[in-house]
Design a protein around this ligand. Structure first.
Ligand code: ATP
Ligand code: MG
Length: 254
């Protein structure tokens, strides 16, 4: 059992459907863990449970030694668990820069600071946040998009901006739900390298749902496999690649 993220016998039900049945696993700080499995296996439900977007019906989820299951989503986000969404979650009318800034705003509550200390300190915080957001855009070579409305970007560019927004506040744990969908191959490689770098240099823990196998195999320390809401494998990429039950789950759905 790890003190970083720990799931113990987690069940999630939607009416009569068991989306997760007794899922247990843990991850260490700085570890990159992929969650794979056929469509409907419960991967997104797992993310929703960890981030508090849905309640669990039994079991326990803890983060840094503290129980988080049962807490509201915004409280869990403030504890340093950030995510992206499978179907996008950008504010289409806001610019790319403003979207990335929303990822920083729990750290720099400028209106509150403005009320308390007058606007000069608030402005300094705001400038710092804008500087940080611009820096992030530059690391992914998308500075040119800063002032464009996010709704007008291509699907791949939107994915990238979502990831940048999620990592903007340097969270200890990042959950990425199929971030490579719609990305051109060179951008996928860039994303893979960014994930590597964040884990290695900043100790960021990453939980990654991904169907693109070259992405999963290239970036993960470990792979957790779900099928019909149950964990059927948990091991190194090499172990999982050779696991009979995993092969059958995929062939059965093919
Ligand atoms: N809010 C919900 N209400 C009812 N059923 C749901 C809800 N969310 C998910 N489900 C069901 O729970 C099961 C698991 O869904 P989930 O979205 O977690 O799968 P997934 O592994 O992310 O699939 P995909 O690869 O297609 O994204 C599916 O049968 C799905 O229809
Ligand atoms: Mg999903």
């Amino acid at each position: 059992m790890s003190d970083f993220l720990n799931l113990s016998d987690v069940h999630v039900r939607f009416g009569g459907l068991a989306a997760l049945s007794g899922v247990s696993f843990s991850m260490k700080q700085g570890e990159v863990v992929a969650v794979i499995g056929p469509n409907g296996a419960g991967k997104t439900s797992l993310f929703n449970a960890i981030t508090g977007y849905i309640g669990i019906s039994s079991g326990e989820i803890s983060f840094c030694g503290e129980r988080i299951s049962g807490l509201p989503a915004h409280v869990i986000a403030r504890k340093g668990i950030r995510r992206t969404f499978q179907n996008g979650g950008l504010f289409g009318d806001l610019s790319v820069l403003e979207n990335v800034l929303t990822g920083l705003h729990t750290e720099t509550p400028s209106t509150l600071l403005g009320t308390l200390f007058g606007s000069s300190r608030a402005n300094a915080h705001e400038r710092e946040a804008v500087g940080k957001a611009r820096e992030l855009l530059a690391t992914m070579n998308v500075s040119g998009l800063a002032d464009q409305p996010a709704g007008g970007l291509s699907g791949g560019q939107q994915r990238m901006v979502e990831v940048l927004r999620a990592i903007a506040s340097d969270p200890p744990l990042l959950l990425l739900d199929e971030p490579a969908v719609g990305l051109a191959p060179p951008v996928r490689i860039q994303l893979r390298e960014t994930i590597h770098k964040l884990a290695r240099d900043h100790g960021l823990g990453v939980l990654l749902i991904e169907h693109a196998m070259e992405m999963v195999m290239g970036v993960s320390d470990r792979i957790v496999v779900l099928n019909y809401g149950k964990k059927i494998a948990d091991g190194s990429p090499e172990e999982v690649r050779q696991n009979r039950e995993v092969l059958e789950a995929y062939l059965g759905h093919a």
